[in-house]
Design a protein around this ligand. Sequence first.
Ligand code: SAM
Ligand code: SF4
Ligand code: SF4
Length: 367
Amino acid sequence: MTERIIPIADARYHAAVPPVPDAPAAPVGHLEDARGRRLHDLRISVTDRCNFRCTYCMPKAVFDKDYRFLPQSSLLSFEEITRLVRIFIGHGVEKIRLTGGEPLLRKDLHRLIAMLSPLRTARGAPLDLTLTTNGSLLTRKAQALRDAGLQRVTVSLDALDDRAFRAMNDVDFPVSDVLAGIEAADRAGLAPLKINMVVKRGVNDHEIVPMVRHFRGTGHIVRFIEFMDVGASNGWRLDDVVPSADVIERIRAVFPLEPIDPNYPGEVAERWRLRDGSGEIGVISSVTQPFCGSCTRARLSTEGRLYTCLFAIGGHDLRALLRGGCDDAAISGALAALWQARSDRYSEIRASNTTDLRRIEMSYIGG
Ligand code: SAM
Ligand code: SF4
Ligand code: SF4
């Protein structure tokens, strides 16, 4: 029998405590990295746990009963998250996405929403606050999230066909419950929803056109995402990727499409409109058309590590600063130095890098 070594997540990935500058400059609501990209979006993972085992994200062979998730004491508290968000806002962050694991598994998540939703950006506007979920708990939680101030949700849905959906989530979860969750979110006022579908060749690509057909006329926007080589456990192969250009061709053969302008410069999804006016779709081409040049995202892990790229192998331990008695000015200064030094552009140079097994997992950092 081969012996398995199961490290706990705290020790699994490398994280350095960022140095605190002696005399940190006050934040000015704008911060650029070494490639001139500003700090604009922050994705916050609120749990590393999930009730699904999507084969491309948390394969059962790795995330089994012996897998050790983070202990409760490691997690950032809602107060710690809110304190960090204020500091990020000082540097120009305007968009916050809560993610996971499955964010709705985090107890009382609506309390965090209620703490974040009154915050204002450095320019005095409301924060763009949203959440990505697998939808399984939305029927129960949509209204409380909305009441706490959440504006929108993105629901991941990889197939409408129940058999294909159960095979992809690998826990036999029925698609009807996710569809009911989408309706509950719509009724609660979290619309229009974005519906994200990760496309894997030979697994769910036959669902591309049915997905467009199902959601046209609802106002919800389906976005097709190229399967990415994130993490080290999903057995990624380039052959499994259906390029977005093919996705568009397949849809176009049934529903004529025309391109639409981005909502803002550097938007990750490429937008298309159904010519008959019945809906909008999007494609996210992380593999075939990397968008590192306009990547303005930072990611905060469940236990408070900052990652400046989805494909980073090292994080920066902000929790150590929070719990080590640093004041906001010191943490703000440390964050500024980290972002200013950032030069990541993994997707542009992916070919030479796909075999590094220390890369963080999507379920750890939240996509
Ligand atoms: N559990 C929530 C969910 O599924 O929406 C939030 C976390 S999940 C990691 C965030 C997003 O990452 C989901 O839309 C998921 O489909 C996507 N994702 C996970 N692994 C991926 C991969 N290898 N390539 C592309 N997208 C992936
Ligand atoms: Fe869970 Fe989301 Fe990953 Fe699926 S994609 S295993 S729902 S975290
Ligand atoms: Fe941003 Fe890294 Fe993705 Fe490039 S590879 S778009 S830098 S997260």
